[in-house]
Design a protein. Sequence first.
Lengths: 355, 355
Amino acid sequence: MTLKTIAEHVGVSRMTVSNAFSRPDQLSEDLRARILSAADDLGYAGPDPAARALARGRTGVIGMVLTNSPRDAFTDDVAVGFVRAVAGSLGDAGYSLVLLHSSGDNGVVPARDIAMDGAIVYSCAPAMSAFTALRERRLPIVNVESLPFPGVPDIGIDDAAGAYQAAKHLVDLGHSRIAIVVAALDADNLPSSDISLNTASPTIAGRLDGWMRALEQAGVVPTMIGTPGLVIDAVLRERIDRMLDDPPTAVLAFSDLAALEVMERARDRDILVPEQISVVGFDDNPLAARVSPALTTVRQDIDAKGEAAAQVLLSLLREEPAVSPPRLPTALVVRASTSRPRDRAPRESDPRAGG
Amino acid sequence: MTLKTIAEHVGVSRMTVSNAFSRPDQLSEDLRARILSAADDLGYAGPDPAARALARGRTGVIGMVLTNSPRDAFTDDVAVGFVRAVAGSLGDAGYSLVLLHSSGDNGVVPARDIAMDGAIVYSCAPAMSAFTALRERRLPIVNVESLPFPGVPDIGIDDAAGAYQAAKHLVDLGHSRIAIVVAALDADNLPSSDISLNTASPTIAGRLDGWMRALEQAGVVPTMIGTPGLVIDAVLRERIDRMLDDPPTAVLAFSDLAALEVMERARDRDILVPEQISVVGFDDNPLAARVSPALTTVRQDIDAKGEAAAQVLLSLLREEPAVSPPRLPTALVVRASTSRPRDRAPRESDPRAGG
DNA sequence: CTGAAAGCGCTTACAG
DNA sequence: CTGAAAGCGCTTACAG
């Protein structure tokens, strides 16, 4: 059942049938109606999309490469919100979004093997096989929260500015014993001065940058707690636990999810937030406002980020020059998880305590 | 830059190059290495996926049709969890998931126009254009939480059993003034006996079924609050507000999100949960355990649902017969948002009060 | 192990 | 307004 089947039934040529479906202005209303109704009768669903894609050189599909697998990425509300916004904007423009896992196990590398017109790469390193494959195919690409790559437009938020505000907020409240909880950095409760702050994640790098700048200005050397992994994992949880053995008065976390992790673990040990430990997150995850105490965090506009990524890619598809828009703004949102440090209670092992 | 370019450079035929990429066992190690390295030198990324899809009759892409647009669907953690599980399972099998919006605005109907090997239809009515297009294309389809359709395997949870347990829980606690909050049903604070409980949503239908059965057994006639829309909208919010003018002692909500809506509105009016009003949700959304008071709800296993949908589709793609697995189990999770009704305080307008 | 032939199902200029 | 020709870039049996 192809164009030809219909053509023979109606008694016209194949391309007249093709025109009936794809270029209505190329034939009479009447003939078109006859063709379409014949197609309907025969149960022909329309031109085969794969054949059409080959002939037109256009698929209507845009790829989305996520940090790890979609399975991992979709545990993060921020990533989900981004995908949602991109899918929405692209859908309005007539494109559909295909989710590509970046790590090609089982020999399948979707970024190389799936037919598409362009791709959005979210939070990925340039060395990833998915990114390489996309570049080799010379597909229009937009990078989002990724390491900059020459010629590839980049969308991102102003992580450093947001982080600076977050750290300054703690300093202004009077905190000086501060811990930083991150991923993509191997650090087990060590002073920042003792370790290298190099990380493969541009997002973390930006945030570290902002935090450290504000803390250095205040003469504060934070304790670093981090995992080599990209997400919250057992290693990080264990190190957070160790941190709480002798807790700082405040914590800067690389995400709201990490901040909630700290809050939950603190609660398990009856350490009060914010009375004994202030916690600041990042992202303004929908959860942040709903937990108790509500989380102080740095807000970013996920919808705007998704919309921006979609629009830049769309302009690339129109063969317009690639431009990276300015970094999207971030803003501190002060809620209930931060307060002034209370005077340090004497600890049991403190020589000044007891008799 | 095609297979031919490489073939000419190496001095072999096109299909030897094709074999080098697609059927390594068809040529010598040595020749293959030469071809691959020539391709690499020339910057050839591999066989064009669109051409390959046409020739092979296989794209490696599976479509996912969501109730409304991906934009709407992705506001719901339950739908997101489902997409996540499906994308994960399908990814393991070498397939990528393309998000299809069901309502073809702007003339684009992705379900008709996108090349794919099969599709999963989530929470859709059979009349939807996306579903029709998929059927006309004779693509393998799996329905999830959708109205049954002959020949199409169906995956779903046991909504009725879960709802029954939820309603029974309230009845057992001693409640008799109970309201039911739903979508996909137009009801403005009316007794269930006064209206038709017909709904286009199979999910809601199943839940209504379970709730009503338990309530009827207890001789309770619930008040119905619903919106014709498919999601929580302004209409539903207004009707919930009206319900709270003279609140029931307990509410059964069609989702955790709807339950949270009730709880938030109750809080705004200083109506205590659960002391003055018990609330039961549905789904066991990740939020349910985190809000305060923690929400009593009916748990469903989203991961299992996604995995089941993927496996059934995969078996269809292997041309195995279509079988609908049994409905997935649900279970009541009792948390802090439900309690015995306290004795009704005399209301101001109550003749027994004051005087 | 290698290649010539046929085919996958459409669309794009272009001529009439 | 309609159609004959060329082409999109690959793969699948199959013969040698």
